[in-house]
Design a protein around this ligand. Structure first.
Ligand SMILES: NC(=O)c1ccc[n+]([C@@H]2O[C@H](COP(=O)([O-])OP(=O)(O)OC[C@H]3O[C@@H](n4cnc5c(N)ncnc54)[C@H](O)[C@@H]3O)[C@@H](O)[C@H]2O)c1
Length: 436
């Protein structure tokens, strides 16, 4: 099959590479010339495990074509995926300007019937909106369908190649069948391709993200209570996770959720509810709880060191919003750094892969270190912000020697409080047995 993917970001590039890997010819389009140039030179603009191998293979074997020319891609392809960004506007609604201009460009270029697939996360009803945007620019027939993406950054390739399910939102059986043909190599072990109407498909994406965010905020709220009453959120998590009705995923208390999806999608759902004049009390509180949670680690620093941090330096391990990605969008590290900087502190940050994206997001307000131990040298305390595996078993003796004070604020609960105390650290986790 010939496929076009408009937007070669985290979703578009992964989708393009995976479709190409199953034998399709994929035109990957981006209007960011530097992205396309670097892809042609074999440089992957994002960090995503396993992606470089797929992209290099797809490109050298001629199944991935990188271009800035929408018309070239659209005219060659029968299925066109829209994978442009839909970032939040200040009022919480997604900014659809990229989708609108891409839709118009696609429409202008069409040379026959096309299936337009909304892969971007878009507000409920967007399949109709995109069709309305396209209609004035083409006389060619087309269908706009919804096929939300559920991949997770950090394991995006794996998630795309082995999805739990594929959701296809279209009223037309022949269009659904075309999508089944394209996706069948990824569901050979029997995971379902679920056919539904486009509105339900669009809403499924928001429902999933809001629900997962709810689990995280729920655990974060419990962790606050733990610190008051003396419970250990890690034990409570284990006690909950073994209940099959609950399951083990997304039950970790921490520094609040971030990334390009949960905050944006929760806000978008709230915006839709407002527009429809209904109250979604649960969703509203999820967002509120997360806002508070993102400040909690900094508050722990204030309760230990006082509100004035002038002359103090803090090491941050992890800057990206989660491990195995360089994505800094809505990363809790940004809030934590802002809070500490406002109080006068200096920051030395280290992230195994997100230094450049962090520099773009945060600027030169902090010192970027090239190793974890460089960050803690002479620092007053260490804050764990992202749970990269390499932070799990550090040389604690060296850590104690290099830090000015043996104080750790573990925003991801990667260490054991008792062991840390035995090793002579003052240790603050999240919701760990009254050790605030
Ligand atoms: N990142 C994720 O984990 C994830 C997961 C599921 C769904 N989504 C959704 O997928 C969509 C894309 O997210 P992303 O993280 O890949 O975004 P991204 O910002 O990484 O990529 C978007 C790309 O689109 C390009 N673009 C914008 N306008 C264009 C145009 N007119 N023509 C061609 N290219 C254009 C940009 O240059 C950019 O490279 C969003 O709606 C997001 O909510 C993201």
């Amino acid at each position: 099959m010939k496929v076009a993917v408009i937007g070669t970001g985290y979703v578009g590039l992964v989708a393009g590479a995976c479709f190409a890997d199953t034998g399709n010819t994929v035109y990957c389009v981006d209007n960011d010339i530097s992205k396309i140039e670097s892809l042609k030179n074999g440089v992957i603009p994002i960090y995503e495990p396993g992606l470089d191998t797929l992209v290099k293979r797809g490109y050298t074997e001629g199944r991935m074509i990188f271009t800035t020319v929408v018309a070239e891609a659209v005219q060659a392809a029968e299925i066109i995926f829209m994978a442009v960004g839909t970032p939040p506007l200040p009022n919480g609604e997604p900014d659809l300007q990229y989708l609108k201009s891409a839709s118009e460009e696609v429409a202008r270029a069409m040379n026959g019937y096309k299936v337009i697939v909304n892969k971007s996360t878009v507000p409920i009803g967007s399949h109709r909106v995109v069709a309305d945007w396209m209609t004035p620019f083409t006389k060619q027939p087309f269908d706009v369908i919804s096929n939300p993406e559920f991949l997770k950054e950090g394991s995006a390739v794996d998630d795309f190649l082995k999805p739990d399910r594929v959701v296809i939102g279209t009223e037309k059986e022949e269009v659904y069948q075309k999508m089944v043909d394209l996706y069948s190599p990824f569901v050979r072990q029997g995971n379902p391709i679920i056919w539904m109407d486009p509105v339900s498909a669009e809403m499924t994406k928001y429902a999933c993200n809001a629900f997962l965010a709810t689990r995280i905020s729920f655990m974060n709220e419990l962790s606050v209570l733990c610190e008051k009453v003396g419970g250990d959120i890690e034990m409570i998590r284990k006690g909950m996770a073994t209940d099959q009705r609950i399951g083990k995923h997304f039950l970790y208390a921490g520094v609040g959720y971030g990334g390009s999806c949960f905050p944006k999608d929760v806000q978008a759902l709230m915006a839709t509810a407002r527009r429809e004049e209904i109250t979604m009390a649960v969703v509203n509180s999820v967002e509120e709880a997360n806002y508070r949670q993102k400040k909690r680690l900094a508050q722990k620093v204030f309760s230990h060191f006082g509100a004035n941090l002038k002359g103090k330096t803090f090491a941050l391990w992890g800057l990206a919003f989660k491990p195995n990605t360089d994505d800094m969008r809505e990363a809790p590290a940004i809030t934590i750094i802002n809070e500490l900087r406002k109080a006068g502190a200096q920051i030395k940050g280290f992230d195994p892969v997100a230094t450049e994206t962090a520099r773009a997001a945060i600027g030169s307000e902090i010192t970027y270190c090239s190793s974890a131990f460089q960050a803690i040298e002479g620092a007053d305390a260490l804050l764990i912000v992202t749970e990269w595996n390499e932070f799990r078993h550090p040389d604690f003796a060296r850590m104690k020697k290099d830090l000015k004070n043996p104080v750790i604020f573990d925003g991801r609960n990667i260490y054991n409080p008792e062991e840390m105390n035995k090793l002579g650290f003052t240790y603050y986790g999240i919701g760990r047995g009254g050790k605030v």
